[in-house]
Design a protein around this ligand. Structure first.
Ligand code: DGL
Length: 275
């Protein structure tokens, strides 16, 4: 059966579980939309890999979603968004939405003192994606950045309130805490899973920016503009695919999304890499 273009699902991908923070936002903004999620759990983390590798993996991830017949791709990964967005857009003929611009705009709207912290993977911070996007909006803003790579495995493990997570957060955030920032961009989609810990450690006076919230709004706007929003009023269904054993993913995903997931499909890396 050929689906009308606008009835097709939205494809979302990340290196692992982090992109679910974006799925959650899209599903609440657009409850009728069907979503196909792919988490490359066999190859996570992307944030400590070279740009060449991240581009190669993300084109394969996007191809997987295209083969599933998606009408748009949401790159629910800041690392991929900061490195490979152009390549993905050049390769595929569907709207491709990334995380950096929406996150930067949300930080711009939230800050009062113009001092913005950004935490992310090593790749995102080294590529200076956020500082450039924020400075493009206002050259006077001070951007203080810090890579926090260990937050990714802690989130994958579901250690959302664990003593070790507090200790690591204390260590990572201690310099940034002294910089009088009033806004902190969670520049990695895994980090909102740990947002309680991050908020406690950075202090209640600092506004946390979840780039997933900001990008979900862009998804809605983009699809509306080009008449790609689903018109049937049936409740959206989500399908989940991962490239490694699904059990831990299912557990943390259910905890995070606050809903039961019937089935998580396992995709062979071989299928992914031959595309
Ligand atoms: N969740 C991803 C991000 O937003 C990547 C984490 C990783 O694979 O290192 O950057």
């Amino acid at each position: 059966m050929n689906l009308l273009e606008n009835e097709k699902p939205i494809g979302v991908f990340d290196s692992g579980i982090g992109g679910l923070t974006v799925v959650k936002r899209i599903a609440s903004a657009l409850p009728n939309e069907n979503i196909i999620y792919f988490g490359d759990t066999a190859r996570v983390p992307y944030g400590s890999k070279s740009n060449v590798t991240v581009i190669e993996y993300s084109l394969q991830d996007a191809q997987f979603l295209i083969d599933k017949g998606v009408k748009a791709i949401v790159v629910a990964c800041n690392t991929v968004s900061s490195i490979a967005l152009k390549e993905i857009r050049d390769h595929f003929n569907v709207p491709v939405i990334g995380m950096i611009e929406p996150g930067a705009k949300a930080a711009d709207a939230a800050t009062k003192n113009g001092r913005i912290g950004v935490i992310g993977t090593r790749a995102t911070i080294n590529n200076r994606a956020y500082s450039e996007a924020i400075k493009n909006l206002n050259a006077k803003f001070e951007v203080i950045e810090k890579p926090c790579p260990l937050f990714v495995p802690l989130a994958e493990e579901g250690w959302i309130d664990h003593r070790a997570t507090y200790e690591i957060a204390e260590e990572y955030l201690k310099e940034i805490r002294e910089q009088n920032i009033d806004t902190l961009v969670l520049g990695c989609t895994h980090y909102p899973i740990l947002s309680n810990v991050i908020q406690k450690v950075i202090g209640s006076g600092v506004t946390l920016i979840d780039s997933g919230v900001a990008s979900a709004e862009i998804v809605e706007d983009e699809l509306r503009k080009i008449n790609l929003l689903k018109t049937k009023k049936t409740t959206g269904q989500n399908e989940f695919y991962v490239s490694d054993i699904p059990s831990k993913f299912k557990e943390v995903a259910e905890l995070f999304l606050g809903q039961k997931i019937n089935h998580v499909h396992k995709v062979d890396l071989e299928t992914l890499t031959k595309s």
